[in-house]
Design a protein around this ligand. Structure first.
Ligand SMILES: [Fe+2]
Length: 274
């Protein structure tokens, strides 16, 4: 299964696609809750044809504050109106004392953050009455750490029991920017908790630093890392192409989805044969 992030730029194309259709679509619920108008109608049309994954931006699971109950109530209502298959958000924070910071900010990689996320994840799941899936974010700064990123992500998943949205591009971007081996990183994560994958493009700066923009084509080393990721998983999981900026024409996106599909098929065939 290969899906694509819903964007208004191709909202008119999606309901008409016949060849190489995405298997599902994903969008941020915050962008569509309590909205109406032309693009909302386009989203509804797409939602009638495609299974829906919701990928949130505002949960702020790592904030020291209580969950934002008003936001969660709106989200719960939205999930009653829209048939959402999976719901995910990021291992990060974006809210402090009711101030929304509109960024996915990096958490300190410390035991206190792990315990806080585990408690909050339980509260969120109990309230929403559905499982929560958490994504490994890209980050550019380490604020505080008494463990490695791999240990931190693994501990969060172990203690919270949440599903894991493994973003392959984020692994690659972080591995370059923070100087670690992405393959070893991948192998140390809990493969059995992986719910689905993200893949996206990034922007390489002149000094080699990578920015997780979702505005470029997927880079070759990220495709290689996708292949390695699929080889470490013993089952097929959905893969979502994220393209949020600099949106190309549909055939270019279809090409990227088809390349992802080919890698998925290739790995599966080898796994079945062995
Ligand atoms: Fe992602």
């Amino acid at each position: 299964m290969v899906g694509i992030g819903f964007r208004k730029e191709f909202s008119e194309t999606l309901p008409r696609v016949r060849k190489d259709k995405p298997d599902f679509i994903e969008f941020a619920p915050e962008n569509w809750m309590k909205t109406g108008g032309y693009y909302h109608r386009q989203l509804q049309k797409a939602a009638e044809q495609y299974p829906i994954f919701c990928h949130g931006l505002s949960l702020s699971i790592g904030s020291p504050d209580e969950p934002d109950w008003d936001f969660l109530a709106d989200l719960k209502q939205f999930f009653k109106d829209v048939p959402v298959v999976r719901y995910s958000d990021h291992i990060s924070f974006s809210q402090v004392s009711n101030a929304h910071l509109y960024e996915l900010l990096p958490l300190p990689m410390i035991e206190e953050a792990v315990s806080r996320i585990a408690v909050k994840a339980r509260q969120v799941q109990d309230f929403l009455e559905r499982p929560l899936i958490l994504e490994n974010p890209s980050y550019y700064l380490v604020t505080e750490a008494d463990m490695t990123e791999a240990d931190f992500i693994s501990a969060v998943l172990r203690e919270s029991g949440c599903g894991f949205l493994l973003d392959v591009n984020n692994v690659y971007v972080n591995s370059v920017n923070h100087g670690y081996d992405p393959a070893a990183f991948l192998r140390s994560l809990p493969a059995e908790q992986v719910s689905y994958l993200h893949i996206a493009g990034h922007l390489k700066q002149p000094d080699g630093f990578l920015l997780d923009t979702h505005g470029e084509a997927i880079a070759d080393p990220v495709y290689d890392l996708l292949k390695l990721t699929l080889e470490t998983l013993s089952r097929e999981v959905p893969i979502l192409l994220e393209r949020d900026f600099n949106i190309p024409a549909w055939p270019r996106l279809r090409e990227e989805m088809n390349r992802i599909r080919r890698i998925q098929t290739e790995v599966r065939e080898v796994q079945f044969a062995s």
